[in-house]
Design a protein around this ligand. Structure first.
Ligand SMILES: Cc1cc2nc3c(=O)[nH]c(=O)nc-3n(C[C@H](O)[C@H](O)[C@H](O)COP(=O)(O)OP(=O)(O)OC[C@H]3O[C@@H](n4cnc5c(N)ncnc54)[C@H](O)[C@@H]3O)c2cc1C
Length: 457
């Protein structure tokens, strides 16, 4: 295998015999050296194809590594498995200003694509905390969401074309720059969000938008959950298309996120039950600010908002946004934490989250529970700070959070995926028939179960 791999990618691009130990399986586990047969670093799609073909012939299992920021154990490796890492396929191949598209190799860091588009006056609306490390191939493979989903959709809605290598080594390339294509099955959708179980994404063509020229943000305090919902509808109407994010933090999460002096700059009193981060982006300089200011003032006058701060300089907007984005303050005080990423219909959310929080807080090993999230999408994140990592305790916490998801037709994973960590709970979101069909698809593309085996099911 080693000789064959060296022939394909060159000897310096196969890391084994101790060299692989300098690598990691996740950005948060930097003290855990990788235990793998070896790390393979292809530079072209053809090399990826030859690697997968070789693994297929030799029955070798292979795990795909992108930016290693996933939150579901998707990139964990066992010692008998190989790793294929796309980091050397890191070129932006084409940025087409007239078609408003960008075509990039899968190892390009998301933030680099955002910056390259911005330089041309174009905008890729993907916005989430890991954008400085996540690679576009990983982002597509997890169908990442983030803060602007309710305006622009998940990654899925931004992908126009994909190039993928199947487990057999076959290259399926369709990097079309067109939005509309109903010529048969939309095959790219199979690979978006399938967590590397069906193929290795090697190139991506994404849709871009005109870069907004105005960006304003407000942080507002709200007294009841019903008011949060009313406020969302009110802002959508008032901002007529300019509302790009509407993020909620429950009081416990907000207080922890603003615990340090640096984080609490220009923020509100900490006594309110709910805090909402509102972002407006548009194209009309004076008019947009007036519209935003009027909407916030009117929300206060209507009693939907109890207090608020508005920002307009880019620096102020970014630092306000960091309170919501930087979740380290919610995890650092605790020896261990569990992260949840559930979807619920907005109508049941308040009661359901209150029940979950009450039951979790009653457990002696739970130290704190922080709910926050993309409320406009019905997606709530929960971080549970706890004293230990005992398996029975983890299971009990999972049981409480996931208990009513099926009843409410929610989802065990709104955006992070299933990976290894949530396999046991796939059935809370998908029927037996759906899971059977998913397995049929996996079986037909990867009959030997060699690519990212054990992920999802
Ligand atoms: C601080 C933080 C905030 C986050 N916020 C959000 C958020 O708001 N919304 C959200 O949706 N997610 C969020 N995430 C998780 C998000 O899913 C990932 O960060 C990102 O999309 C994964 O990209 P990656 O390159 O790091 O992929 P990795 O973690 O390397 O891989 C993810 C999965 O995709 C597979 N994979 C990677 N590259 C490829 C490829 N080229 N072809 C096929 N399979 C591949 C891997 O095997 C793995 O199963 C957050 C993560 C962090 C750490």
């Amino acid at each position: 295998m080693i000789d064959a791999l060296k022939n394909i990618v060159g000897s310096k691009n196969v890391l084994y015999d101790g060299l692989e130990k300098s690598r990691i399986a996740h950005i948060w586990d930097t003290d855990m050296p990788l235990r793998t047969k070896g790390v393979i670093l292809p530079k072209t799609t053809l090399e990826v194809s030859k690697i997968l073909q070789l693994c297929y012939e030799k029955n070798e299992e292979i795990i795909v590594h992108g930016g290693l920021t996933n939150l579901v154990g998707g990139t964990l490796v066992e010692p008998h498995q190989w790793v294929i890492s796309l980091e050397k396929m890191n070129a932006i191949e084409d940025l087409d200003e007239s078609a408003k598209t960008v075509t990039a190799q899968s190892g390009v860091i998301l933030e680099h694509i955002i910056a390259a588009a911005h330089e041309k006056g174009l905008f890729l609306p993907l916005q989430f905390g890991a954008r400085g490390s996540a690679q576009i191939g990983g982002v597509v493979s997890t169908n990442a969401g983030g803060m602007r989903v309710f305006r622009y959709g998940m990654t899925r809605s931004l992908v126009l074309g994909l190039e993928v290598v199947l487990p057999s080594g076959a290259i399926i390339s369709s990097l079309k720059k067109i939005l509309k294509d109903n010529s048969g099955y939309d095959l790219k959708q199979l690979f978006i969000g399938s967590e590397g179980t069906l193929g290795v994404v090697t190139k991506v063509c994404l849709r871009l938008f005109e870069s907004p020229t105005t960006r304003y943000a407000a942080l507002v305090a709200v007294q009841t959950f019903d008011d949060v919902i009313r406020l969302l509808r009110f802002m959508e109407k008032q901002l007529s298309g300019n509302l790009t994010a509407f993020e909620l933090m429950w009081k416990t999460a907000y207080n922890a996120a603003t615990a340090t002096k640096q984080q609490s700059a220009s923020t509100l009193s900490k006594d309110f039950p709910f805090y909402v981060f509102i972002e407006s982006m548009g194209y009309q300089l004076g008019e947009d600010y007036e519209k935003f200011e009027y909407a916030i003032t009117a929300a206060i006058e209507k009693g939907l908002v109890a207090d608020g701060v508005m920002t307009q300089s880019a620096q102020e907007v970014n630092s306000l946004w960091m309170i919501r984005e930087d979740t380290r303050a919610l995890t650092q005080p605790y020896a261990f934490s569990q992260h949840f990423d559930i979807s619920l219909p907005i109508g049941v959310m308040d009661k359901e989250i209150a029940t979950i929080v009450k039951h979790l807080n009653a457990l002696p090993y739970v130290q704190n529970v922080f709910p926050f999230g993309h409320i406009a999408d019905g997606n709530i994140h929960l971080i549970v700070g706890k004293k230990d990592s005992i398996a029975a305790h983890t299971k009990q916490i999972n049981g409480i959070v996931y208990k009513n998801l099926r009843k409410h037709q929610g989802s065990v994973s709104a955006e992070h995926g299933i990976g290894l960590d949530k396999k046991a709970f796939l059935k809370t979101s998908k029927s037996d028939q759906e899971i059977a069909l998913m397995k049929t698809i996996k079986q037909s593309l990867d009959p030997k179960n060699l690519l990212n085996p054990g992920r999802i099911f």
